[in-house]
Design a protein around this ligand. Structure first.
Ligand code: TQI
Ligand code: ZN
Ligand code: ZN
Length: 169
């Protein structure tokens, strides 16, 4: 079953659009950016919130970047596997991914040549759930279940995820 953060933080009542932007220092490819666009669309399909890439990084509601080790927010990344990414509860908007992972942004992660390959969209869909206010779920098939195996792709929202997000928005 789905859960929320302590105090059920959420984006303000009436929020119809949230903007997101990528750390300009990362120089991300269009392929990587399109993976995030796809991940956001999975949540916009089941809520009244849409997502749009912002013109400016500083002014965006959600700020996405890849970092390694200590990157200044008190939650250092730990290298290959372990913590893959973290996102904060509403309305913080910080969405960080561990640069050390072998991210797979295109192609089939289950056929990746390395055993530690991680599917970017699967992690993005999960972290966006946190950004919107969902905690972890006890339903194994849910996107918000707290563990995922390496070389696994899980991007389709489960009924449990949908019920949770629709209680917030
Ligand atoms: N990152 C953890 C996560 O997103 C960070 C975390 C731990 C957290 N406890 C939290 C975030 C409580 C918010 C609230 O769950 S992770 C998965 C999963 C991670 C894990 O790198 O371990 C995914 C990132 F669920 F599959 F294991 C993405 Cl999909
Ligand atoms: Zn961080
Ligand atoms: Zn999580």
């Amino acid at each position: 079953h789905y859960s929320f953060f302590e105090g059920e933080p959420r984006w303000p009542e009436g929020t119809s659009e949230l903007t997101y932007a990528f750390d300009p220092d990362n120089g991300l490819t269009d392929t990587v950016k399109s993976v995030f666009a796809s991940a956001f669309s999975r949540w916009s399909e089941v809520t009244t919130i849409s997502f749009r890439e912002a013109e400016s990084y500083a002014g965006a509601d959600i700020r996405i970047g890849f970092y390694s080790g200590d990157h200044g927010d008190g939650e250092p990344f730990d290298g290959v596997l372990g913590t893959l990414a973290h996102a904060f509860s509403p309305t913080n908007g910080r969405f960080h991914l561990d640069e050390a992972e072998d991210w797979v942004a295109s192609g089939d992660v289950t056929k990746a040549s390395v055993s530690n390959a991680v599917d970017l969209e699967s992690v993005a869909v999960h972290e966006i759930g946190h950004l919107l206010g969902l905690g972890h779920s006890s339903v194994e098939e849910a996107i918000m279940y707290p563990t995922i195996s390496a070389k696994t792709r899980k991007v389709d929202l489960n009924e449990d995820d949908v019920l949770g997000i629709q209680e917030l928005y």
